[in-house]
Write a protein that binds this ligand. Structure first.
Ligand code: HEC
Length: 134
């Protein structure tokens, strides 16, 4: 081989090596798994159970919603609420307490009160309401 031919061969090899390297690193940079995982996690949080857990309702109402020392049971509240009233209550509990049981709640949970969730998307509160009134 003449000198120019060697140079050309060397450049070609270099080019091929760089090309292959680029292909290899390209593959490593595009795993789509993290996206898929995030999607399923946010979808999980969109279920009523997921929302109730992520908004912290379970710290006072317990995971099975039967109540704790900090808050009453949310079982069988269907008899007290329409969907709309319940959503209003979640958005602003202080202004939407209705019924004698709230006087009892005040005595029973003197150090805890239902926080307002007015900053939460109404659609999410709707999902929770549907779930609680099921
Ligand atoms: C800091 C504790 C606490 C958290 C967190 C909390 N609650 Fe409450 N909740 C209470 C208390 C205490 C009451 C009783 C009313 C009162 O004293 O304000 C109550 C009352 C309620 C009621 C009315 C029950 C009835 O008899 O009609 C509903 C419904 C309710 N909570 C749903 C929720 C939901 C849904 C969440 C989460 C988005 C939540 N709560 C988060 C403490 C809490």
């Amino acid at each position: 081989m003449t000198k120019p031919q060697i140079w050309i061969a060397a450049f070609l090899t270099l080019f091929i090596v760089l090309f292959l390297l680029q292909k290899l690193t390209e593959k490593k940079k595009t795993p789509q798994k993290p996206n898929i995982v995030m999607k399923s996690e946010s979808q999980k949080a969109e279920t009523p159970e997921g929302l109730i857990a992520s908004l912290g309702c379970i710290t006072c109402h317990r995971a099975d919603l039967t109540g704790t020392n900090n808050g009453p049971s949310l079982k069988n509240i269907k008899q007290y609420w329409s969907r709309e009233n319940l959503i209003n209550y979640l958005r602003n509990p202080a202004a939407n307490m209705s019924g004698d049981r709230f006087d009892e709640y005040k005595k029973k949970y003197p150090n805890f009160f239902m926080p307002s969730f007015g900053n939460v998307d109404v659609k999410k509160l709707g999902k929770i309401a549907d779930y609680l009134l099921k």
